[in-house]
Design a protein around this ligand. Structure first.
Ligand SMILES: [Zn+2]
Length: 164
């Protein structure tokens, strides 16, 4: 499998290709002398499916479409802005056609884009491995458990400011 490795602060460290059948204890990042340790205890089930993050040992992973999230978000915002503008100009049919085109593009991306697995904690991404219906998509409740400490502290200080 190919892995985009992040540290526990979710900062990218590099990429690495791992032979999961060999379960190496450590691997060198591509184009770097740096090595990372891997934890294989419970990482793969008996059918070789990834169940835990071997990078940080987190028990929870989710699957997502392997499409740049920022590009996806930009498409949604551009479509919404375009539709609002067209409605403002009373171009209802063009607004509807734009929304319909966005749905078609979304379906095309859905059909042609592969999936990857992502660790909830470190956000390392795993590609070229078995991904099936036993892997769950993103779950907000689980995601909240692994919200970075920095974000939690920022939210708390904001709360204190509004209460002051
Ligand atoms: Zn992880």
């Amino acid at each position: 499998m190919r892995v985009s490795v992040n540290d526990l602060h979710r900062e990218p460290l590099g990429r690495v290709t791992i032979d999961e059948n060999a379960r190496p204890g450590s691997v060198a990042l591509e184009g770097s002398d740096r090595r990372i340790d891997l934890q294989w205890e419970g990482a793969l089930d008996d059918r070789g499916r990834l169940r835990r993050c071997p990078v940080c040992g987190c028990r929870e992973i989710f699957k997502r479409y392997d499409f740049p999230q920022r590009l996806g978000l930009a498409l949604v915002i551009a479509t919404a802005a375009g539709a609002v503008l067209l409605l403002f100009l009373w171009q209802v049919i063009w607004a509807m056609l734009l929304l319909l085109a966005a749905v078609v593009v979304d379906r095309i991306i859905y059909v042609f884009t592969g999936q990857c697995l992502v660790c909830y904690r470190c956000r390392s991404e795993f590609r070229d491995l078995v991904i099936d219906e036993t892997h769950e998509p993103w779950d907000l409740a689980i995601g909240e458990k692994y919200r970075p400490i920095r974000q939690i502290e920022a939210a708390k200080s904001q709360e204190q400011c509004t209460h002051a």
